[in-house]
Design a protein around this ligand. Structure first.
Ligand SMILES: Cc1cc2nc3c(=O)[nH]c(=O)nc-3n(C[C@H](O)[C@H](O)[C@H](O)COP(=O)(O)OP(=O)(O)OC[C@H]3O[C@@H](n4cnc5c(N)ncnc54)[C@H](O)[C@@H]3O)c2cc1C
Length: 405
């Protein structure tokens, strides 16, 4: 399939990101062995790009200038174009890079002007890692059951107590967001900005097999003081704060995670091309079929990004794209191994790493079953068209500069 939704501007971004991604391979392999060594790679163009993304111009973000175009990564379609190419180089380094990342999307959705000035101001000082703490031990998929508590303490200051798990970059971050409960039920969930230098914050990395560079952590919050001005959405009704913002944020983020999975699948395809110079006819056909499948899933990911850019509450296509792209990544990485015989993962460190990383992406921002549940609920509610390949308003052109053609 050759269909593309990318206009000239986005193609320029993709081409640049492809070059930066190629530089990620060596650095990513080194980080897999030493996940704490990310500081040595801050000068890579792709890392600098990620550090500049999601900081709007009106808050001082310089963005990225390419030819006559400027990019701030504020749209999902810009982010998927970059993330796919950088993950094709190395998904671990991509996730380990400094920048606003996941919390940047939440801040964009929920923060007021003063909070944005604080958050973006910190990021503009130097390369700064952020974290996004939602998952709790035993409460990953069922995020609404979270127990971390935000309780009133002294005047105008809250107290944050609880534990979070699998939080990316939490031990290297200077600031981030934490989801916590002020009362029962979904309306009792809220999100706050946290400075990791504050007493009571502790993050311990967890050893993982895949995406080791992301340094996912267990976070302990032991009476962290949170001033009232750091409570996100404080000026909004409870219905437009915690869980609402969480859903909006995940809708916008999921196309990006799907793009990372597509990048991993492409890296597996690249590894076969680079490592098997002579292929018989059946192998060539198999590889061609894989390339076509990658292209069609990429197309779905792009459409899902356009969908959430047009309306952040429409996340069903993003869920479909995330589930499908993760399935692709797992199958493509295993298929790539089959081109090298039974010792493939032992003999080719890159293949072994890709298989491990693909499994890690499956769990990010909701495992496949949860995406399928979301999609099914959308079908039941009539929000997803039966028999329609894509939603009716796919031809809308968001400000991100993409159009379906
Ligand atoms: C690399 C990586 C980075 C991450 N980064 C972050 C981060 O920065 N911040 C953060 O907060 N979290 C992060 N996470 C955590 C991630 O969001 C959780 O792993 C995810 O939500 C799944 O939760 P869990 O691991 O507790 O699995 P569980 O919820 O225990 O699920 C285990 C399995 O059961 C299935 N399952 C669960 N419920 C149902 C159901 N109702 N019906 C059918 N099947 C079901 C799931 O699909 C899954 O296959 C990260 C995870 C990884 C792997």
């Amino acid at each position: 399939m050759t269909a593309t939704v990318l206009d000239d501007r986005l193609r320029a971004l993709r081409d640049a990101a492809r070059e930066w991604g190629a530089e990620f391979r060596t650095a990513g392999a080194a980080l897999d062995l030493d996940p704490d060594g990310v500081g040595a790679h801050l000068d890579l163009a792709g890392v600098r790009c990620l550090a500049s993304m999601l900081i709007p111009a009106e808050y001082g973000g310089a963005g990225l200038r390419l030819g006559g175009h400027r990019f701030h990564g504020m749209t999902a379609i810009e982010r998927v174009v970059v993330l796919e190419e950088l993950a094709r180089g190395d998904a671990g380094l991509m996730l380990a890079s400094p920048g606003a990342s996941m919390s940047g999307v939440l801040v964009d959705v929920l923060a007021d002007r003063e909070q944005k000035e604080w958050f973006y101001g910190r990021l503009l000082e130097r390369p700064t890692w952020t974290f996004f703490a939602l998952t709790e031990p035993g409460r990953g998929s069922d995020a609404a059951a979270l127990e971390t508590a935000l309780s009133p303490a002294a005047e105008e200051v809250h107290r944050l107590d609880g534990r979070k798990k699998y939080v990316g970059n939490a031990a290297r971050a200077a600031l981030g967001v934490v989801f916590a409960r002020t009362g029962p039920g979904p309306l009792g969930v809220t999100a706050v900005l946290v400075d990791t230098a504050d007493p009571g914050y502790r993050a311990e990395p967890i050893e993982t097999l895949g995406l080791r560079a992301a340094r996912i952590c267990e976070v302990t919050l032991d009476g962290v003081a949170v001033p009232a001005e750091r409570v996100l959405g404080r000026d909004r009704s409870p219905a437009r704060r915690g869980m609402w913002a969480c859903v909006q944020t995940f809708n916008r983020l999921r196309p990006g995670v799907a793009a990372i999975a597509v990048g991993i699948a492409e890296a597996a395809h690249d590894a076969v091309l680079a490592g098997r110079l002579r292929l018989d006819r059946a192998e060539r056909d198999r590889l061609e079929a894989l390339a076509q499948r990658i292209a069609s899933v990429r197309h779905l990911v792009h459409l899902s990004a356009i969908e959430v850019d047009a309306d952040g509450s429409r996340g069903h296509l993003a869920s479909a794209a995330k589930a499908e792209a993760c399935r692709l990544a797992e199958e493509a990485t295993l298929a790539a191994c089959s081109f090298f015989g039974p010792r493939a993962r032992w003999d080719h460190a890159v293949l072994d790493k890709l298989v491990r990383d693909a499994r890690g992406v499956e769990f990010m921002e909701g495992a496949g079953n949860i995406q399928k549940l979301t999609l099914f609920q959308g079908l039941l509610a009539g929000k997803v068209g039966r028999g329609e390949p894509f939603p009716a308003h796919q031809a809308k052109t968001p400000t991100g500069g993409a159009s379906c053609r």
